[in-house]
Design a binder for this molecule. Structure first.
Ligand code: SF4
Ligand code: FES
Length: 249
């Protein structure tokens, strides 16, 4: 198929960016979206032009590195799918596709389609861990945990830290990401000792990084490739409130 691509090109964080038009022929419907960009980059390199910079690693929906806004939707049109798992058969011959980076003040553009997501690392460093020594894997498995709690913790733990929730939110809020991380650690007995300190520290780090607040648009849930629900945000808010009272007491 033949496509017209409009891709955000930006030399570095300080330079202004703009959408640049590219025509691409012979796109195979079995290619992934990132393979299609690989083909474009091969052609650009062959012509002596700068290839388009974009983030990727596992290309299996696991690592959270891929981060493209495709026709206005983070990770593209398919629900519950990372952009690395999106295939070109989702598009039609002659389509025009706009490709942009995540847009949020807390995620400054580094180059082209790559943004700096280290704000997420700072939130994790503030409290995204447990202090308990769980021993080896068999030791951890000797602790009985109800199936409901294990399933819920696993659902939240599916967050890959991609940041699509931030990119989709009109307030550039990181609350779905932070809620998922606080949720999965606090759900399990090993994560209980510091659950209130963790909630305070991670929410404070999120605010310090410049993310906005949730005002119930639900756009985060709609684009999350791991289909994490906004109910985790309500749980986080309750935990943070309790943590605030405990701090004052
Ligand atoms: S909550 Fe979903 S969209 Fe947000 S970082 Fe985690 S996986 Fe990505
Ligand atoms: S490249 Fe790893 S999730 Fe897409």
């Amino acid at each position: 198929m033949k496509l017209t691509l409009h891709i955000w090109r930006q030399k570095d964080a300080k330079s202004p960016g703009k959408l640049v038009r590219y025509e691409l022929d012979d796109v195979n419907e079995h290619m992934s979206f990132l393979e299609m960009l690989d083909v474009l980059n091969e052609q650009l390199v062959a012509k002596g032009e700068e290839p388009v910079a974009f983030d990727h690693d596992c290309r299996e929906g696991i690592c959270g590195m891929c981060s493209l806004v495709i026709n206005g939707i983070p990770h593209g049109p398919d629900r519950g799918t990372t952009v690395c798992q999106l295939h070109m058969r989702r598009f039609r011959d002659g389509d025009e596709i706009t490709i942009e980076p995540w847009r949020a003040r807390a995620f400054p553009v580094v180059r082209d389609l790559i943004v700096d997501r280290s704000a997420f690392d700072r939130i994790m460093q503030a409290g995204g861990f447990i202090s308990q020594n769980t021993g080896s894997a068999p030791d951890a498995n000797t602790l009985p945990i109800s199936k409901e709690d294990a399933d819920a913790a696993f659902d939240a733990a599916a967050c890959i830290g991609c940041g699509a929730c931030v990119a989709a939110c009109p307030n550039a809020s990181a609350m779905l990401f932070v809620a998922a991380k606080i949720g999965h650690l606090s759900m399990l007995p090993q994560g209980k000792p510091e659950e209130y300190r963790r909630a305070r520290a991670m929410v404070d780090a999120m605010d310090a990084a410049g993310f906005g607040n949730c005002s119930n648009h639900y756009e985060c849930e709609a684009v999350c490739p791991k289909e994490i629900g906004v109910d985790w945000i309500a749980r986080m808010n309750r935990k943070y409130l309790r943590a605030t009272f405990r701090k004052r007491a």
